[in-house]
Design a binder for this molecule. Structure first.
Ligand SMILES: Cc1cc2nc3c(=O)[nH]c(=O)nc-3n(C[C@H](O)[C@H](O)[C@H](O)COP(=O)(O)OP(=O)(O)OC[C@H]3O[C@@H](n4cnc5c(N)ncnc54)[C@H](O)[C@@H]3O)c2cc1C
Length: 305
């Protein structure tokens, strides 16, 4: 039995692993997709203290190797649920079961889809949710990025280096991302902002061909023939497997305060990072949660010895 099992290897989970190992607890981190979490999709991180600029994938690798160097064990599997009682929890995965005295849920969130018919069918073949991963396939092509927050603007800037033309389509009349990202985009000749506009349909057939868009103020519609569409309209949590252990709010986030103790949870279950209710979802706030949750879990483990 491990002292602590951590579900998710993003900045929150790996920081929790680091702190728990430094307190000499046995630690297993279980990850279902990408070691390092969603920050690995970011081309450039400029707001993590200590690094003027670092790629998300390098930051993810550093977090992982630091936790492993301290002796954290890492497994690749998908957690489907937690059962048991304080001091003796079973973490059920798709291919195995592991036991621990305490569990930290650090499952973050994943990309939101537009919910359009055909979206799933063209994903990976004209539609992408990660410009860092797929941008290179669109060299000298025409693409659209949907969204107007920091992620969309960062990705649009990156795509402008690769593609011939980049449309940035935002449902609001303004961008919500940081001003310096907006001005960087303004200075690009091959970027066209289309504001107050939503995507209503995908134009397909024999492959992805483009999108139909609608201006929300005038009601005007238009067909846009493009080679690729990148969707960057935010994140949704993945907390369904834990809904019997913790309270979820209306958006699916685990209800918890800065102490990382979920409401409605039994003793010994903690939550860290983007998967919980919080005002700001960033690497800094995720790592802070990782430390808080780990130290709380360590105290719990010590209390039942
Ligand atoms: C494109 C992009 C750019 C960003 N840029 C910045 C930036 O510049 N600065 C900044 O501070 N933040 C940025 N962010 C936000 C930042 O990445 C997140 O706030 C941070 O990663 C949250 O960390 P986390 O550990 O809580 O969750 P995540 O990073 O989401 O990690 C959670 C991990 O849990 C895993 N998981 C989920 N469910 C299960 C399960 N059932 N079983 C096993 N594993 C599971 C997931 O696969 C994932 O790896 C960006 C995000 C994106 C997508």
């Amino acid at each position: 039995m491990y002292d602590i099992i951590i579900i998710g290897s993003g900045p929150a989970g790996l920081t929790a692993a680091l702190y728990a190992r430094r307190a000499e607890k046995s630690v297993l981190v279980i990850e279902k997709e990408t070691f390092g979490g969603q920050i690995t999709h970011s081309p450039r991180v400029e707001n993590y203290p200590g690094f003027e600029e670092i790629s998300g994938s390098e930051l993810g690798e550093r977090l992982l190797s630091q936790a492993m160097a301290q002796g954290a064990e890492i497994e690749f599997d998908t957690v489907v649920g937690i059962t048991g009682e304080p001091g003796a929890y079973t973490v059920k995965c798709e291919s195995c079961e592991k036991t621990a005295k305490s569990v930290i849920i650090a499952t973050g969130s994943k990309h939101r889809t537009l919910g359009l018919s055909g979206e799933e069918c063209y994903t990976g073949d004209g539609i992408s949710y990660c410009a860092v991963c797929d941008g290179a396939f669109y060299r000298d092509k025409t693409v659209a990025i949907i969204g107007g927050g920091n992620t969309a603007l960062q990705e649009a800037n990156m795509l402008a280096d690769i593609a011939t033309k980049v449309y940035v389509i935002q449902n609001l009349a303004f961008f919500t991302g940081e001003k310096n990202l907006v001005s960087r985009l303004d200075s690009r000749d091959n970027v066209e902002a289309i504001l107050s506009t939503v995507v209503t349909d995908i134009i397909g057939g024999d492959g992805f061909r483009g999108i139909k868009i609608k201006n929300t103020e005038s009601g005007d519609t238009r067909e846009l023939y493009i080679d690729g569409m990148f969707v960057a309209i935010g994140q949704v949590p993945e907390n369904e497997p834990f809904k019997n252990q913790v309270n979820l709010n209306g958006y699916g986030y685990i209800e918890a305060g800065e102490d990382c103790v979920p409401t409605g949870a039994e003793a010994g279950i903690f939550v860290a990072g983007d998967c919980r209710t919080k005002a700001i979802r960033q690497v800094t706030t995720a790592t802070a949660d990782g430390a808080v949750a780990a130290l709380a879990a360590c105290r719990f483990v010590d209390s039942i010895k």
